[in-house]
Design a protein around this ligand. Structure first.
Ligand code: F6P
Length: 337
């Protein structure tokens, strides 16, 4: 319920219409989340207005009412049917005023925003400035949001990277080459470290752990001692300036005996049909986001902790830093020996 002051009386009114948008980098499973939000809301007699192109569409009034049919046949589709965008204008007070104008015009009582860190930062400001109930649904392949063990899209991206590395190992082993594989993740190494464990890589170079020299010694020095002449090293895109190309250059200078190759996986990591895990996660998150609004919650993110769906304050999800697990880092060191 919203509370409004009318003729000095506190009046309460139900949330009648919610807006839903996807913003920032797309992630497999976002469509499953849009489907869940739409169907859970309609099941509770709440109208759904789909906002296209994220905050840009909110500012430009790119809005369409959705029925349950509008989200038919999308659970298996990668990307986002709502489109996505990154908007600099929304970062300004003027941009957010334009967004609020659309919210008023479309009679939207609350928003569910599906995205990552940048999406939630914008949501928090809009909620503060215009007193709008907003619920965040974590959708990013980076898995870098505090308060949830997994974000929508992370599991699918991990599997995509693992499949690619498996294929690179076939050719790398045949030609006795060292492959430096660049992995996305913005500032976080979750994708890189976990894909390295899953694919049996020789090393992972991530921003959160050790120096580059130490990590290279783990990757190259140990390999040489064991007379390994091929291998796979996963390099987080921002672990060092220049990413995997820069690491290859350092190795080629120090160890000319290695025949190195670089593969930048790039945006293929964001595509593809969502895994069962991501479809289920997105479906649970979408329903939980609607339930949060019914329970009069605001400015929170839905998350997954120990298998349970929980709610955490948006502020904490943005500001707190999620750590990579020590046991995983240790496991990679031991298992790549
Ligand atoms: O946040 C998702 C992500 O794919 C990051 O891993 C990556 O650094 C970034 O988005 C790439 O952004 P863009 O699609 O704008 O190139």
């Amino acid at each position: 319920m919203h509370q409004i002051l009318l003729n000095n009386n506190i009046m309460e009114y139900k949330i009648k219409t919610i807006g839903v948008l996807t913003s920032g980098g797309d992630a497999p499973g976002m469509n499953a989340a849009v489907r869940a939000v739409t169907r859970a809301a309609i099941a509770n007699n709440i109208r759904v207005k789909a906002i296209f192109r994220g905050y840009k569409g909110l500012m430009d009034d790119e809005v369409q009412e959705f029925t349950t049919q509008d989200v038919s046949g999308i659970i298996q589709r990668g990307g986002t049917i709502l489109k996505s965008a990154r908007s600099d204008e929304f970062k300004t007070p003027e941009g957010r005023k334009r967004a609020y104008n659309t919210i008023q015009k479309e009679q939207i009582d609350a928003l569910i925003v599906i995205g990552g860190d940048g999406t939630f930062t914008g949501a928090r400001l809009l909620a503060q400035e215009y007193n709008i109930p907003i619920i965040g649904v974590p959708g990013t392949i980076d898995n870098d949001l505090w308060g949830t063990d997994s974000t929508i899209g992370y599991d699918t991206a991990l599997n995509t990277i693992m499949d690619c590395v498996d294929k690179l190992r076939d050719t790398g082993t045949s030609h006795e080459r060292l492959f430096l594989v660049e992995v996305m993740g913005r500032d976080a190494g979750f994708l890189t470290l976990n894909a390295a464990i899953a694919a049996g890589a020789e090393a992972a170079i991530i921003p959160e752990r050790a120096t580059l020299e130490e990590q290279l010694e783990a990757a190259i020095g140990q390999g040489r001692r064991k007379h390994k002449n091929s291998g796979i090293v996963l390099v987080q895109e921002h672990a060092i300036p220049g990413g995997a190309q820069a690491v290859a250059k350092i190795i080629e200078e120090a160890h000319p005996e290695y025949d190195t190759r670089v593969t930048i996986l790039g945006h293929l990591q964001r595509g593809g049909s969502p895994s069962a895990f991501d479809r289920i996660l997105a479906s649970r998150f979408g329903c939980a986001a609607v339930q949060a609004l019914l329970d009069e919650q605001r400015s929170i993110m839905v998350g997954l902790q120990n298998g349970e769906v929980i709610y955490v304050p948006l502020t904490k999800a943005i500001k707190e830093k999620k750590d990579i697990k020590d046991d995983k880092w240790q496991a990679l060191q031991v298992l790549s020996l």
